[in-house]
Write a new protein. Sequence first.
Lengths: 295, 142
Amino acid sequence: MANLRDIKKRIVSVQSTRQITRTMEMVATAKIKKAQERIESARPYAFAMVEVLQNVARYVQGASHPLLEEHDARERVVVVTITSDRGLCGAFNSNILRITENLIRSEAEAGVETDVIAVGKKAIGYLRYRGIEPVASYRDIADKPTFTDARSIASSIIGRYTAGEIDAAYIVFNRFKNVAEQKPETYQLLPVERRVMETEEEQGSGVRAEYLFEPSAESVLEHLLPTYVETLVYRALMESAASEHGARRTAMKSATDNASEMITTLTRSYNRARQAAITTEIAEIVGGAAALEEA
Amino acid sequence: MARTLLCEIVTPEKIVYTNEVEMVIAPTLDGEVGILPLHAPLVTVLRPGELRVRYNDNKDVEWFAVSGGYLQVHQDKVIVLADAAEHSSRIDVDRARHAKELAEQRMTELKERPAEAREDADACQADLKWCEIQLQVAERRS
């Protein structure tokens, strides 16, 4: 049986670990809320954006725009991989990185090369370890993404797509389903899928508003599409930030629970060891006294 | 009571302003557009500039700096989709001034090697413009 002091030491060490995991759990809980609020406050813009896009698309029949055109040949694609800067958040990052690697592999089988844009220290570190050099990497933005960050990522992709250097762009990120659930997801950024521009047939009134466009529907569309891609990236960054805190909270909650369980078990064996020691001592004293009496 | 329109100014990050107003005047690519109630449905591209709304029998005016975006009018509802927008009273003048100096500095650096830094220069120019507009709008506060 382990000796008393060793058990005590382990209890203390597990206790301090639990203190840390519990704190991290609480911090994550607070941050989820903020991240969620941020997603909420971005929603009006995103909705209005899609509405405008659909309105414009109705007027530009058979709209053609570089960002809508599929390239004939598929030779090189870009994947934007969004991870966190910090660990201790369960399978959050490994899911994303696994999907990214699968994507790279399946593209490679089709003879397509893949460029990776890494967001978050975890992606940068992992990819480098796997011998994949990201074409661009961003760190310290995963926690509090700004629209400027999203714009900088999006504009490089848009530029390369328009120039014909790449033939498709994807983004891999964790979608925030609810506080306890994140779902890794792959989304096609470019070419912009035409179905986002199609409206569900308007119900009720068959009358459509006749819009005026300034300078023209085509030029509005030309401005709108890049911004649309930017909002997609921004949204993904924010969903990922909220998911990160969610994943960390879950991971830290189970770590805290495990630590508590461990402390219970350890305390039990500590008490048992203590009891055993006392029992042995009494037995020795009684034995000693009996021996004296007999003498 | 004059007829009003609902004006909403939203950016990707937040809703900047929402109010019933009587007139919206926004900077478009080739000038300005003034929108009154009962305006026909319209979608237009905005350039970086000053946007203002009037209300209370046109007595009160509020100014906003917008960094470009879109504007949609539909049934007495004006939605301004701006990349960035700030109410005149919320502009941080010191920060804008400081940012402007930084942008100017970077601009001169970039001019020395123009070939490779085309995109950077464009972005920098946009930053500079945005700072200038913010400062300009900040002066409008009474």
